[in-house]
Design a protein around this ligand. Structure first.
Ligand code: ADP
Ligand code: MG
Length: 140
């Protein structure tokens, strides 16, 4: 266990539903601190770059259309074991399989429109944080 940072995105479906505050409350209740946060809209090209590890998947085109369809909230979360803690707080990729009380269970619509993104390792977290934030924007 160690203090980590991780990237969180509140996806266009959850921003459209106006539940960003409820999602932030769940993150904070889990012991995660939001140390950077901004609202932005990805271009399709930026979404394709961010999700390029999935470029061979059948859902890639649809995912990139969705992620560029409206504003998102990008956040840096900090805390003890933040990468795994955020993944637990998010719940399973498919909201139907996510545990009760998780963000995806409460706010996700479908396996694609599943409310939030979270980095899956400390290495990917560093890459993903740098995609959205400069070091000047992250105050610990
Ligand atoms: P996670 O976001 O839980 O890490 P993945 O990295 O496997 O999940 O997938 C990235 C995103 O792609 C998911 O959050 C979801 O929005 C979308 N996705 C994953 N699997 C599917 C699928 N079978 N059909 C449609 N969209 C999917
Ligand atoms: Mg993933």
């Amino acid at each position: 266990m160690s203090i980590q940072k991780t990237l969180s995105l509140i996806k266009p479906d959850a921003v459209a539903k106006n539940v960003t505050g409820s999602i932030n409350a769940k993150l904070e209740q889990a012991g995660l601190r939001i140390i950077a946060q901004k609202r932005l809209r990805l271009t399709k090209e930026q979404a394709e770059e961010f999700y390029k590890v999935h470029s061979d998947k059948a859902f890639y085109r649809s995912l990139c259309e969705f992620m560029s369809s409206g504003p998102i909230i990008a956040q840096v979360l900090c805390g003890e074991d933040a990468v795994a803690k955020n993944r637990q707080t998010m719940g399973a990729t498919n909201p139907m399989n996510a545990e009760i009380g998780t963000i995806r269970r409460d706010f996700g619509e479908s396996i694609e429109h599943n409310a939030v993104h979270g980095s899956d390792s400390p290495e990917n977290a560093a890459i993903e944080i740098a995609f959205f934030f400069s070091s000047l924007e992250i105050i610990e």
